[in-house]
Design a protein around this ligand. Sequence first.
Ligand code: MTE
Ligand code: LUZ
Ligand code: MOS
Length: 751
Amino acid sequence: MNNLDQVLHVQGLSTFVDDVPLPEDTLHAAVFVAPAAHGRITHLNVSKARAFAGIRDIFTWQHIPGKNQIGHILHDEPLLAENIFEYVGQPIAVIIGETPAIARRALKLIELEYQALPSIFDARQAYAQGKIIGQERVFSCGDLAAGWSQCQYIVSNSVESGAQEHLYLETQSAVAIPLEGNRIKIFSSTQSPAAVQKTAADVLGVAFNQIEVDVLRIGGGFGGKEDQANVWAAMAALAAAKLKKAVKLILPRSKDLAFTGKRHPYSSDFKIGLTANLKILAYQVTYYQNAGAFADLSTAILERTMFHCTNSYFIPNVHAKGIACRTNLPPNTAFRGFGGPQAMFVLECAIYEAARKLNISPLEIQKQNLIAEGETFPYGMAAKNNRAQTCWDLAWHDYQVDEKIRKVNQFNHSSPRQKKGLALMPVCFGISFTNTLLNQASALVHVYNDGSVSISSGAVEMGQGVNEKLRKVAASIFSISEARIRIESTNTTRIANMSPTAASTGADLNGNATRIACEEILKRLKAAMPKFLGTEPNDKYEIKNEILYHNTGKTRFTWEELVLHAYRQRISLSAHAFYATPGIYFDKTSEKGNPFAYHVNGTAVIEVTLDCLRGIFEIDTVAVVHDAGKRLAPLIDLGQVEGGIVQGLGWMTLEEIQHAADGKLLTNTLSTYKVPDIFSIPKNLQVKFLNSEENQDGILGAKAVGEPPFMYGIGVYFALRNAMQAFKPDLRMPYAAPLTHEKILKGLYSG
Ligand code: MTE
Ligand code: LUZ
Ligand code: MOS
């Protein structure tokens, strides 16, 4: 894949938090958590556990010197529960032992008594009881009533989409090491070193500059470490500060599955209206988001749901309402797409339901309504260089959709028990943090006087290849070999106030900061060339492939020699630079603005074959046309698209989180929670990148690629429903994902 890390990865030599060399006498933490979904603590006795051989200490909220508060958007979440706990798995105490095994064994000696309180796990029930987080949001445009009055067809229904486990390979991990002067250095598996720094500083009641956070790379994040790495890092820091010893906290897989938040399940109602020639004129939708017990990022995620309520389509009259509902589940959190997939799924269900009622193909409705240049989204931004129609048309043509439809019909006609289904899934995803202030980044570039280069930025490498992209940026600005460039760990002492690596903006934001820093150094180097070469200052100077050029002529001098000359001339070879995405704003009062630097478009063509006797299926084809602009690292982008698709189809078809009636996670192993494996990958997975011109709003002409491909997986749901419908024309089945084998079988043979 040409990822910078690949050589180390395949040899098993890359290091993660678990590999950080530990000081002597490092201690190990285990976390004591709430055993029930909602309760009032009446009695907590840790004395037996504390007396256990090898236990050094136990900390509860009473030991926190600073604030027992880790909520950033809303301040509603304690690090350690005080009198009330609100979900199974909510941390109550941190126990510190000489080994991880000792700490875990002593957990069982903690005595907890509580008075059970009523619990809610369902978003609509929570809403009915007024348990909401933040404000209800409404995005609207046009005139809904007028819209309905002009519609020939109006249909409505409800839609459920499920939770999803991130399943990053590296579980939540932190090592906190006390340094002189009461400073703490934290190695954390986080997408947001600055959030870990802030959380630990707040909990300890110290200034941010007392806390250093370092991240070399993480073993996957997918959004699960945008906010939820803070908890474990803050606990390790608390214990390290108290005991003046290094403390390591690594969640075992089963605990990580049970304690941490997931993708938000949504329960939604829609009503959609179409004209006689299938133009969608009106769309009304209400999203009930199951936020879990604390806000975490839920309100931001809900906001992105609102932004994506019309996906790739233009709808003139829209009323979308979103409510974050507080339930007694672990706080749900960011997950690739960040609420976007949930919105898109509802609209595709609405289109599918309308098509079913009209007895036509959903494709007819989809292609009639793709957004065109200049048309606006409900939040007021106009489609600019939007490639919704281009991608759709290319996918239709290049993947021979007419021919595919004919073949599917032919197959279904002659095959009684196997049925094929086909669907197209257009995606339009806005790039930028919807919270405008987060769209900023900085970079620190050093050129050493041997000509090698070191780059620090706020980007966290999580397998998505951002480091390789940063290396390409620097190599292209300086016109030197990538081999000279090293990407350093992401560290709060080198880069301050960094935004999380999220919203697919890692390369755009940090790449641009890196570009600006490199350009600054290059400017100084070029200014030093006349003296170095003994030529006229007003001549033309350039560096190409490490060779110095004078007035377009090649000289015999190199990058290395110029750098050494500049050093001897006492010219600075370091630069720090800052980048803030220009031109974006959003007004939350009117819910209008220009929140995104640009949109990413694409269309997927999906074919499945369903075995209607067994309810099992194969995905024959996922063929995509995707716009990634002028790609910086083509193979990395291909990997992102392929990985996103597989993760998306897992959400839609396999991954089903289940809780017992008391709120305990039932799917707490990988035998009961099924994720896509090598056999789940479509037999034919094809990706064509649009040959589009340079994207002025990305980095060096490229477009962000991390999240958008996830949503192609949504098409698999509809391809499957089409196959089911071919078997059972009067299929009546609720719109609910995941569409597991079990649900398919029930749908085919019930009613
Ligand atoms: N790819 C890998 N291999 N591992 C990850 O954790 N996270 C995804 C995406 N691709 C992820 C990934 C998510 S949720 C986001 S927001 C982006 O990568 C973040 O990185 P970027 O902004 O550099 O694209
Ligand atoms: N995080 C965030 C995100 O804070 N704001 C966003 O808009 C966003 N979008 C996608 C993923 N993470
Ligand atoms: Mo990605 S959900 O923005 O970490």
